[in-house]
Design a protein around this ligand. Structure first.
Ligand SMILES: *[C@@H]1O[C@H](CO)[C@@H](O)[C@H](O)[C@H]1NC(C)=O
Ligand SMILES: *[C@@H]1O[C@H](CO)[C@@H](O)[C@H](O)[C@H]1NC(C)=O
Ligand SMILES: *[C@@H]1O[C@H](CO)[C@@H](O)[C@H](O)[C@H]1NC(C)=O
Ligand SMILES: *[C@@H]1O[C@H](CO)[C@@H](O)[C@H](O)[C@H]1NC(C)=O
Ligand SMILES: *[C@@H]1O[C@H](CO)[C@@H](O)[C@H](O)[C@H]1NC(C)=O
Ligand SMILES: *[C@@H]1O[C@H](CO)[C@@H](O)[C@H](O)[C@H]1NC(C)=O
Ligand SMILES: *[C@@H]1O[C@H](CO)[C@@H](O)[C@H](O)[C@H]1NC(C)=O
Ligand SMILES: *[C@@H]1O[C@H](CO)[C@@H](O)[C@H](O)[C@H]1NC(C)=O
Ligand SMILES: *[C@@H]1O[C@H](CO)[C@@H](O)[C@H](O)[C@H]1NC(C)=O
Length: 613
């Protein structure tokens, strides 16, 4: 098996002759407790004739005899170093320049350099500087690629030295059960006179195999010698899972931690992205994103990206931020004119989306909507539409509301309370009207061609305004002088604001409940039917105290007749009276009424003589 061509380049000694040569394997290995044969041949200068045979010595460690290196073998004696006693044996025939050495039962202490020294007798002794380096292994070697990448075919080779002639190693792979379709192949390589048996395991590693153990066992049949080496697979793989929390919801103001765990080898650069903005990153197996005092602006899609040099992967979650409704935005308070149509807008934010409800003065108006915007449409608003409108936003986390006032402006309307009544000093006329803006009240006495209003200081005019209701009051007193046959005094009340004006004839009543009002002015100059209540019985408390007051005589002629007729229908005094008059046209009672009324009118000095004061 020695191949000269192979050995030739190995050595050329510094010796001038160039003939001191040895051929030993530079490296040779053996399993502990097995044996090793170090093949060896040597040359010496042809001029030398060995004296008394060719001898040789094997040294361990170093070549210099003067340093007394341990003797492994010596052909002249059998004195060898302690650790080689009974172990070493020269297999070669020195005379054949064959210095092949056997060491049995090698241990790790035998690892090292072995030098051969030729002893040809006399001074012809020479230690060859070339050595064989023995490695005594207690485990087989496994060739593992520097980088094992998932899903790429992997070859692992286990080596067993085969340099012990009596013992043949065998190689077995261990823990391969879980591997998908493992393939095994053996090889036997001889090199530099040393032999190595190898077994190659081929399979496609997967991420799941990362960190798993594989083993190679070397053993010698019919011995108890077993050698094992275990390796842990380090399989590189791109992120294969990016785990994040399930999408979740948090209350505004609270804290939340989003966790991300990436399965990859090596660990990925993990980052949390909010939208396309990177919030936090680290190179680790997991990363946490802590959000304190969460705001609605932080609601959205969070993506965790894992990236190592083998690939990238991402997973997203949606973080919902819950919060009670914000104060709704509603229109500014508005002032509109009766009959106008308007739309009130209310919008708010909240999560979950709030419902919106419109309330007017506490009562539900419109529909409850779940939209972001609720529009309350009011068409042709009436004065009753005036009020406080509140938009209420509610969700499960709270409620909020905003209000606005809708002010409806409208033309004046005369109230039922308007009337003239007889009082002790004369006649008191009250005029009440609502309107917005509140109506101005003015009295007009057409008979006297007198207008009485607030700004006119000449008369005793009392006004009062309460909200949209205005009240005006005047008192007319008997002047003393009576004008015979003069017309009755009519009192007109004029109510006005920017939206209209009405003029009303106030009727004189004997009882508070009876008020006669005839619209005169605004509705188009209709002729006023002056209707004067003829008989007034003033049964007031005050009058009783003032027996003998002349006005009683004047005013009250025969009130019973009229009064009884009136009592039948309080609802429509005027109509009733007129109808009675015609019904009893030929009859006495009606004539009496009429006659007495007329006489009363003529005689009614109060009418003519009353003057405002
Ligand atoms: C040297 O001796 C050994 C053992 O006897 C033998 O196996 C080997 O072939 C010899 N080498 C040469 C080159 O003759
Ligand atoms: C092991 O021993 C058995 C008998 O004991 C023998 O048949 C077999 O050849 C031996 N194997 C080796 C490798 O020496
Ligand atoms: C996310 O998962 C981690 C770990 O399981 C947990 O501690 C954390 O509270 C979770 N966060 C949310 C918002 O569920
Ligand atoms: C998260 O990573 C840290 C180191 O960055 C590690 O100590 C911890 O065990 C990991 N947690 C999990 C659940 O993997
Ligand atoms: C997440 O992965 C998808 C493909 O799986 C890719 O289109 C997207 O750009 C990735 N997103 C981020 C933020 O890396
Ligand atoms: C209320 O506001 C909305 C939008 O801001 C507007 O369209 C609407 O006309 C407003 N309504 C009133 C009565 O001002
Ligand atoms: C509505 O009017 C009332 C009474 O005039 C007032 O107290 C309140 O502040 C007003 N509200 C708004 C929103 O203008
Ligand atoms: C009423 O008085 C005004 C002046 O105060 C006068 O101009 C007007 O002509 C009078 N009208 C009547 C009908 O007398
Ligand atoms: C009140 O009446 C006088 C005349 O009688 C008039 O000049 C004045 O404008 C009136 N004022 C109002 C507020 O109507």
């Amino acid at each position: 098996m020695w191949c000269l061509e192979l050995l030739l380049p190995l050595l050329f000694l510094s010796d001038v002759s160039g003939q001191w040569n040895v051929w030993v394997p530079r490296d040779i290995s053996a399993m502990t407790n097995s044996c090793v044969v170090i093949p060896c041949t040597f040359m010496y200068p042809s001029g030398i004739r060995p004296y008394r045979g060719t001898h040789g010595i094997w040294y361990f460690g170093q070549p210099y005899p003067q340093l007394f290196p341990p003797v492994v073998f010596k052909s002249r004696t059998d004195v060898v170093h302690e650790s080689y006693k009974g172990r070493s044996k020269l297999l070669g025939d020195l005379n054949q320049r064959n210095c092949t050495l056997l060491i049995n039962n090698v241990g790790s202490e035998h690892s090292g350099r072995y030098y051969f020294r030729a002893d040809l007798g006399g001074a012809n002794m020479y230690t060859y500087p070339d050595f064989a380096e023995l490695k005594v292994l207690d485990q087989p070697n496994i060739d593992v690629p520097e980088e094992i990448v998932s899903d790429e075919s992997l070859e692992l080779t286990c080596y067993a030295p085969d340099n012990c002639p009596d013992m043949t190693p065998e190689i077995q792979w261990m823990y391969t059960d879980y591997l998908p379709d493992p393939e095994f192949s053996s090889d036997y390589v001889e090199e530099s006179n040393t032999a190595v048996l190898s077994s190659t395991l081929t399979f496609i590693p997967r991420p799941m195999h990362n960190g798993q153990l594989l083993g190679c066992r070397v053993y010698y049949s019919n011995t108890t010698l077993v050698y094992e080496r275990l390796i842990s697979l380090d399989i590189k793989y791109a992120p294969r899972s990016v785990w994040v929390n399930v999408s979740s919801e948090v209350m505004e103001g609270s804290s939340v931690t989003l966790h991300c765990e990436v399965d990859s080898n090596p660990p990925s650069r993990i980052s949390w992205m909010f939208g396309d903005q990177e919030v936090v990153w680290d190179t680790a197996s997991n990363i946490s994103l802590s959000l304190d005092d969460v705001t609605p602006a932080q609601e959205g899609l969070y993506t965790c990206v894992g990236d190592n040099s083998y690939g990238a992967m991402n997973t997203s979650l949606y973080l919902a931020v819950k919060y009670p409704p914000r104060e709704p935005q509603v229109n500014e308070s508005v002032t509109v004119v009766e009959g106008a149509s308007l739309a009130l807008h209310c919008s708010t934010q909240g999560s979950p989306a709030p419902t919106l409800t419109w309330l007017k003065d506490g009562e539900l108006v419109g529909t409850i909507t779940a939209d972001e915007l609720s529009v309350l449409e009011i068409s042709e608003i009436t004065p009753q539409g005036d009020g406080l409108y509140r938009c209420l936003a509610e969700n499960e986390h709270g409620r909020a509301s905003s209000s606005l006032n809708v002010t409806v402006e409208y033309a004046p309307v005369l109230l039922d309370e308007s009337k003239c009544t007889v009082v002790r000093e004369g006649v008191q006329c009250v005029c009440m009207a609502t309107g917005n803006p509140e109506p101005a009240i003015e009295f007009y006495l057409p008979d006297l061609n007198v207008t009485i209003n607030e700004t006119d200081g000449r008369f005793n005019f009392y006004t009062h305004t309460d909200g949209h209701t205005s009240t005006g009051m005047i008192k007319l007193r008997e002047k003393g002088e009576r004008v015979e046959n003069g017309p009755a005094v009519n009192v007109h009340c004029s109510i006005s604001n920017v939206y209209g004006r009405e003029s009303v004839l106030l009727e004189l009543q004997q009882e508070k409940k009876y008020m006669m009002a005839v619209i005169v002015g605004t509705i188009g100059g209709v002729a006023v039917i002056a209707f004067i209540i003829a008989a007034v019985r003033y049964v007031g408390h005050n009058n009783k105290k003032e027996n003998g007051n002349p006005r009683q005589d004047v005013v009250l002629e025969n009130p019973a007749l009229y009064y009884s007729a009136v009592k039948k229908d309080k609802q429509n005094l005027r109509k009733k009276v007129v109808r009675h008059a015609s019904e009893y046209d030929g009859g006495r009672p009606s004539q009496i009424v009429w006659a007495q009324s007329r006489r009363l009118l003529r005689q009614s000095c109060w009418a003519q003589s009353l003057t405002p004061f």
